[in-house]
Each structure stands twice: as structure tokens, then as C-alpha cells.
Design a protein around this ligand. Sequence first.
Ligand SMILES: Nc1nc2c(c(=O)[nH]1)N[C@@H](CN(C=O)c1ccc(C(=O)N[C@@H](CCC(=O)O)C(=O)O)cc1)CN2
Length: 283
Amino acid sequence: MSAEVIYGKDLATQIRQEMKEEVASLSKEGIHPKLVVIIVGEDPASQSYVKGKQRASENIGMESDLLELSADTSQEKLLETIEQLNSDSAVHGILVQLPLPDQIDEQKVIEAIDPKKDVDGFHPINVGKLMTGQETFYPCTPYGILVMLKRANVTIEGKHVVVVGRSNLVGKPVGQLLLNENATVTYCHSRTKNMKELTQQADILIVAVGKPHMITGEDIAEGAVVIDVGVNRVDGKLTGDVDFESASEKASYITPVPKGVGPMTITMLLHNTIKAAKWIHNR
Ligand SMILES: Nc1nc2c(c(=O)[nH]1)N[C@@H](CN(C=O)c1ccc(C(=O)N[C@@H](CCC(=O)O)C(=O)O)cc1)CN2
């Protein structure tokens, strides 16, 4: 079997066009979705992601601001900034780019964001809503994966989903989202003893670990759907957690790195910001 490649990049372009039309139509009703992104420090990858968020917002006609704070910014100053944005009615979405410098407690920052403006879906209230199957802001990468699977017409209900990785950003929420779609979900992590046995049983395998090429064709079943969330730089080249060459010989569908899941992350952030603006205006 040779896998069909799911290009998140192409899907992202299509969805962003749909959102551009929605933003124009909301604007006629006096609703102007606005996102504020905060970055602390100068990590090059984070700088590139926040710039991508800015560009993508502008391209669909959405308002956005980027607040760039120096690497030695105190936690108190960051919390104050968030408080001001929480009470600014023109701002619908607030995102603090992660990771944060060591002097700042990430969880305190996440909890300071008004859950109604938490377009990352990281606030415990929104995490709880996801767990209990309520509509809310879903974390952008997991949500992007769900949309990719649905748009590729991959059946989720009743399927065995194996998630490799248990981060709060991707692993845990993607498993929960797919459980909410009636999949049977297994999580694997660094202490899992029989990892290969489990990955070989997956109908849908999601790998979000950050280890280049840790999954190869040997680790997957014939016909599996393979979603690679890894973004690793090896010798200056971007590479995923899955060995694309060997895995695509056995998979039915596979996502590449780059141009796979990554571009969907920013797309779902735009989606969540529009949703936040619509909620606030009872639309
Ligand atoms: N507050 C948040 N911080 C972080 C998140 C997040 O969702 N919210 N996720 C990641 C980084 N991230 C967005 O912030 C992100 C990662 C990757 C991509 C992407 O488009 N990747 C491209 C390759 C881009 C490149 O050349 O580096 C791809 O895979 O094709 C977008 C956004 C951590 N922090």
C-alpha cells in the first residue's frame, strides 16, 4: 500500500478562505474579531510562530496585536498585562506563546486568562469542558488534527486510536477529542512497556513526542492512518516523529512534516478567535 498524503497546508488555505468570508460578513454587523498574542523573550522558533499568527490573522482580515515582552519580564508584569486584556472589550482572544522563561509559572499565566478569551483552550475550565464533552475552545493542534481527519473522511467512531505522547498541549487533549467522537483511545508514553505492540494495533496512530523518526513502518499496521505532530530540527532540516518513507509504504493516510499538522494549528487559532467574538456577541 502507498499512503495518501494529507496536506494540512492545503486544507489550511481552504479553511482560511472560508474564514475570510466569515470575518467580512461579521464586520458588516459591527463585529470585529480581535486576537492579542503575547510573546516573552526571543526564542527564534516562538518568534517565527507568533509572526505566522499575525500574518495569518491579517490575511483573513482579522484584527490582531503582538505584544513583545523582554526575556526578563516578571510574572507580575505579565499577569498585569493579561488582566488589562481581560477587561478590554475590543479583545476577543488572548494567547501567550509557550514555552515561557523559567521565572514565570506557566500554569499561573494560563489560569489568569479569562476562559471566554482563552483561544488556546488551555484554561482548566476549558480543559474540564473538553473532558465532559461540552462545547468550548479546543486546543489548536488537537482540534486541527480532528478537522484534518474529518475532512479526509476518515471514520473515527469505533476505531482504535493510539496516541504516543501525553503532553497537555497535544497528547492528552487529542485523545480526549477523539474519545468524544467515540474512538477507543490508548495513550503511550516514556514508561509504556509494550509500545510497539500497541502502535501496531492502531487504526489511527498519533505521534506527538518530539523524537525524530521514532516511529517507522515496522511500528504500524497495514492501512493505519498516521498523524505526525513532531516538529524537530535535524541538521537545520525540519523532520517529524515518523519516518515518512517507511511508514507511507504501509499507511493508508499519512501527514508530512512540514506542511502537515503544523499549519492547521494557526488555522484553528483563527477559528477559535472568531468563535470567541461570536459568543461574546451572542451569535
Ligand atoms: N500558546 C501556544 N504555544 C504553543 C503552541 C500553541 O498551540 N499555543 N504550539 C506550539 C507552536 N506552534 C504554535 O504556537 C506552532 C508550531 C508549528 C507550526 C507550523 O506551522 N509548523 C510548520 C513548520 C514551520 C517551520 O518551518 O518551523 C509545519 O509543520 O509545516 C505552527 C505553530 C508550541 N507553543
